[in-house]
Design a protein around this ligand. Structure first.
Ligand code: FES
Length: 105
């Protein structure tokens, strides 16, 4: 596994959001209630990017059809959808005042 630094810890304030492309994945780093989350930037319904979605009840809402995904677990938060899957979420790691993610083999 490799550590990918994403952002200085001190810059992660509520309202922050940024997309990173790492190892072929689009990942969304977002801060909500002063807590950073890293989620797959790809809706579990039709794959629409989530980075412009609003936050509601600790979940990010896909702008396309309104399914919301829990920022911590990636599970569908607002209603059951037969043809939608949860999204992946990734634990964040702090090293030398940088927040990042461990990915790869
Ligand atoms: S593509 Fe996200 S809710 Fe349909």
């Amino acid at each position: 596994m490799k550590f990918y630094p994403l952002e200085k810890r001190s810059l992660l304030k509520t309202g922050y959001r940024k997309v990173f492309d790492i190892e072929g994945r689009s990942l969304l780093l977002i801060v909500h209630r002063d807590q950073p989350f890293l989620v797959e930037n790809r809706c579990g319904h039709f794959g629409y990017p989530l980075d412009e979605g609003i936050i509601e009840d600790d979940a990010i809402v896909c702008p396309q059809h309104g399914i919301s995904f829990d920022l911590l677990t990636g599970s569908i938060a607002n209603r059951p959808y037969e043809n939608a899957d949860p999204i992946m979420t990734f634990p964040l790691v702090e090293q030398d005042s940088m927040i990042g993610v461990m990915l790869g083999k």
